[in-house]
Design a protein around this ligand. Structure first.
Ligand code: ADP
Length: 757
């Protein structure tokens, strides 16, 4: 046996002690017989071997050995000995066991860790995954191990969904810990998506060389959603146009958004800690305030409109919603109030309502006007009959003064009735009007002259006309009537108290702003944008309550005692203004006087309208028409046609007295038949215009067809432009205005008859 120094050190036996001793004593002291037998068998085997084995030293200490045996042979090839070399590996084994234990520990740790962990080697291949990592990636460990990390750990940007770099590669490249970008979304193999937060760190060996990467990540979807919703609600609060206020349960403001600051003009910081009532102002409706207060007190919601005030003092309409907020236990924590500035909408609504009211008003006026006009038209015939017959009776009763006096009273009453009917007709625009280029200043001067005659003692009347007011297209008589009606009302309003009435005339540019300010001017503006003449009649009398002011243009509306007012004065004014395509406005308040403003469109050109003047004019009721009615009984033959029997009867008697021979008809057919039977039997045809069936124009047409040279006159209770034009077309010689007095009528007939003779 050879026992070298190293063997001596290892086992504690010197060479002297060892040589010659059985191996069993030297190394195998503590082993069992069975084990000893295997060792011996190995020992005797001729094959070289390596193995690990535990032996004992001289003092019995076990020692781990790494054993290599090499057989030795003699020249005959017989196995004669064995070289056994042994290395003490006790420490190495200890270390290995420690490692195994720590490995186990690590596995347990990874298993129980809440975060997901993936470990890769230096090549980026997965070497470990814990269960959380398995769950989040959707890759079971057995499949994930050995795959590239980028395959198992598929991450994208949550917003753009662009693929993100593999963190293992980043760590390998940079050699340091790498955090994941915000908004990282892990796309799991099973289709799930997780918002994750993580970091990856290098694993280094003792020499500092990177041997792998450990990636730790966790599912933050929940938190991300919460953060995101918080962020979005902040963005929403900032960007919405409604003002948002949050108060505590004590109703003091704890937060306000930019829109609130913009609407109210208060900086957000200024409002903090205040009670919302600082937005109220002088015209804020106390009832609404009380409702809000009640809602806050009862912790119910409020939804309504309230007039609030901005920092600069201007009012705005606030469409306000207040909602109480409770915590999960049901305890009131806050109020959220939402403010929307609806001032513009409110203004539009008000304008719309005003327009509607105006429309209703004008429809009412029109309806009443049509009604009154219809009645007045029939009255015309009746009154003409009364007046005419009274006239005839007067002639017959010349010798009987008491009868004459009665007839005079009939005539006076009839005349008043006739004037009234004329007023109604002009209100309902059925009165003929003769529009000419008219300078308003002379009309005003003439009216002032007339008015002065009736001016109460202590009332002053002045007129001021601007120099350069252009002409308007108007009927002088009617404009004069407007001025007189307005001024008369003013005088009456004074009730004998001292005061002043002023007439002012000037020109004004009619633009959109003015048309907007006075809705009545809109129609004028639409047709005559440009300049308007403005006539103002104002007084410093008692003025009117709103309730009166709103109704003054209504026909028959009056505040005066029965015999003093008819309620027609302003209706007539209104009708005339309308017929002139103008507008009239009124400003009046109790104690502040009254001011009527009349707008008339300026005539376009000096000859425009005038040249279109119709060729046939209604017979003038002027002095020159009243030519010697002293009957020159020439015996002309007149065909008189009117569907009103009383009128026919009157005219027959009236004209007969003037020396005419009159054939009266109430039926158009009969009249035409008579003419057809003998076309030369008549010198003049007078026909009513407004008859059932054929109109006076139709009759005139047929008459002209029978005999071109036979003059035809049409009598009518109202004569407008359309009738004049049409009459001219048919060749009608004259239009007779029925309402004129009997002698005027006769004079016209006479003039016509003379032209025939
Ligand atoms: P009438 O004069 O017959 O009453 P109007 O149509 O002319 O009829 O006037 C209607 C009402 O308008 C009057 O009764 C009066 O109350 C009121 N009014 C008109 N003009 C004035 C004014 N200048 N000042 C005060 N009230 C007025």
């Amino acid at each position: 046996m050879v026992w070298n120094a190293a063997a001596a050190r290892l086992f504690g036996f010197t060479a002297e002690e060892a040589v010659g001793r059985p191996v069993r004593e030297l190394q195998l002291a503590g082993v069992s017989e069975a084990e000893y037998e295997t060792v011996r068998a190995r020992f005797n085997s001729a094959a070289p071997e390596t193995y690990e084995s535990t032996r004992h030293t001289k003092d019995g200490t076990p020692v781990d050995l790494f054993v290599t045996t090499a057989p030795m042979f003699d020249e005959n090839g017989t196995h004669v000995a064995k070289i056994i070399s042994m290395t003490d590996i006790s420490e190495r084994r200890l270390a290995r066991e420690k490692i195994r234990a720590s490995e186990e520990n690590l596995a347990i740790t990874l298993h129980s860790i809440g975060d997901a962990v993936i470990v890769t080697d230096a090549a980026g291949l997965v070497t470990r995954m814990n269960p959380t990592a398995e769950r989040l990636t959707g890759w079971p460990l057995v499949e994930g191990i050995g795959r590239s990390l980028s395959e198992v750990f598929h991450i994208v940007n949550a917003q753009t969904r662009a693929r993100l770099d593999n963190p293992a590669q980043l760590v390998m490249a940079r050699g340091e810990v790498v955090g994941l970008a915000n908004h990282t979304l892990l796309l799991a193999r099973d289709g799930h998506e997780y918002q994750i937060a993580d970091s990856a760190a290098p694993i280094r060996d003792q020499a500092g060389k990177i041997t792998g990467v450990v990636l730790v990540f966790s599912d933050v979807s929940e938190k991300y959603r919460a953060d995101e919703s918080l962020r979005l609600s902040e963005v929403a609060l900032k960007s919405i146009s409604q003002g948002v206020l949050i108060t505590g349960a004590d109703q003091l403001i704890v937060s306000a958004n930019d829109a609130f600051a913009k609407i109210t003009g208060y900086a957000v910081a200024e409002t903090l800690g205040l009670n919302c009532r600082f937005l109220a102002g002088p015209d804020t409706d106390p009832l609404t305030v009380a409702m809000i207060r009640a809602a806050l007190k009862n912790t119910t919601a409020f939804d309504g409109e309230i007039l609030n005030y901005r920092k600069d003092g201007t009012p705005f309409w606030n469409e306000l919603t207040i909602t109480p907020i409770f915590d999960p236990q049901g305890v009131l924590t806050n109020f959220i109030s939402i403010t929307r500035d609806i001032t513009v909408r409110k203004a539009a609504e008000a304008a719309h309502a005003a327009l509607e009211a105006q429309l209703r008003e004008s429809q009412k006026m029109q309806a009443v006007g049509t009604l009154a006009g219809g009645i007045a038209h029939d009255f015309n015939n009746i009154i003409a009959t009364i007046l005419g017959n009274a006239e005839l009776a007067r002639e017959d009763a010349s010798a009987n003064p008491p009868v004459l006096q009665s007839l005079d009273e009939i005539r006076k009453a009839g005349s008043r009735a006739r004037d009234l009917v004329q007023q109604i007709l002009s209100f309902s625009r059925r009165q003929p009007n003769e529009k000419k280029h008219l300078a308003l200043a002379p009309i005003i001067e003439e009216s002032v002259r007339l008015l002065r005659a009736t001016l109460p003692a202590r009332v002053a009347l002045d007129a001021h006309c601007a120099a350069d007011v252009p002409a308007v297209l108007a009927d002088a008589t009617q404009i004069e009537q407007v001025i007189i009606n307005l001024a008369t009302n003013a005088m009456q309003a004074m009730h004998g108290a001292p005061g002043r009435i002023s007439l002012r005339l000037d020109t004004l540019a009619l633009d959109a702003a003015l048309a907007d300010a006075h809705p009545g001017l809109r129609a004028v503006y639409a047709q005559h944008a440009g300049r308007v003449a403005r006539l103002t009649v104002s007084d410093d009398g008692p003025g009117m309550e709103a309730a009166v002011r709103e109704r003054i243009f209504e026909p028959f509306f009056t505040t005066k005692p029965v015999n003093e007012g008819t309620g027609l004065g302003l209706s007539v004014v209104h009708g005339i203004v309308q017929a002139h395509e103008g507008a009239i406005t009124v400003e009046s308040e109790p104690g502040k006087g009254t001011s009527f403003t009349l707008y008339l469109p300026v005539a376009e050109s000096e000859d425009g309208g005038a040249s279109e003047a119709p060729p046939v004019q209604p017979a003038q009721a002027g002095a020159e028409a009243r030519i010697a009615a002293a009957a020159t009984a020439t015996g002309q033959r007149i065909l008189y046609l009117d569907d009103d029997e009383a009128l026919v009867s009157l005219m027959k008697r009236l004209l007969a007295r003037q020396g005419y021979r009159v054939s009266g008809f109430v039926d158009q057919r009969e009249a035409l038949d008579a003419l057809r039977a003998d076309p030369n039997a008549f010198d003049l045809v007078i026909t009513d215009y407004n008859m059932p069936g054929m109109s006076g124009l139709d009759v005139a047409r047929e008459v002209r067809a029978l005999r071109t040279d036979l003059p035809v006159a049409i009598a009518s209770g109202f004569i407008d432009e359309a009738l004049t034009t049409q009459a001219a077309e048919v060749g009608v010689r004259d239009l007779i205005f029925k309402a004129t007095a009997v002698d005027e009528f006769c004079a016209t007939v006479q003039r016509l008859a003379q032209t025939v003779a």
